[in-house]
Design a protein around this ligand. Structure first.
Ligand SMILES: [Zn+2]
Length: 114
């Protein structure tokens, strides 16, 4: 039980960290979007147009992956509640602790990960 509580605390703190990353990226993208819009509203040739869209693509990619991490964190917490956390979803064997320390949201053992 104590172990499960420790795992839960770890997963929740990871989830908080990821949530903060998602919020920050959303904020950055919103700021960038309004910067682009005002550049267009000004109806001026925008020499920064390219770099802005490149930056936007970069942030959008980071946000996608942060949201994916958030989903994995939520899944891991659900598995913890269901009592299946740390059990490989494929072979049903316990996932070695060392592998979970590297990737706490791991759903499969290294051998079963494509
Ligand atoms: Zn496995």
């Amino acid at each position: 039980m104590e172990h499960a509580d420790r795992v839960r605390a770890l997963l929740v703190s990871e989830q908080d960290r990821i949530g903060a990353r998602v919020s920050k990226l959303e904020h950055d993208i919103a700021a960038l979007t309004s910067a682009r819009r005002s550049a267009v509203d000004d109806d001026e040739h925008d020499p920064d147009g390219e770099p802005l869209s490149a930056r936007w693509s970069l942030l959008a990619g980071l946000l996608d992956s942060a949201r994916d991490d958030a989903r994995q964190a939520a899944d891991a917490l659900r598995r913890l509640d269901a009592g299946t956390y740390g059990v490989c979803a494929q072979c049903g064997e316990p996932i070695p602790v060392g592998q979970l320390e590297v990737r706490p949201f791991r759903e499969r053992c290294v051998a079963c990960t494509p």
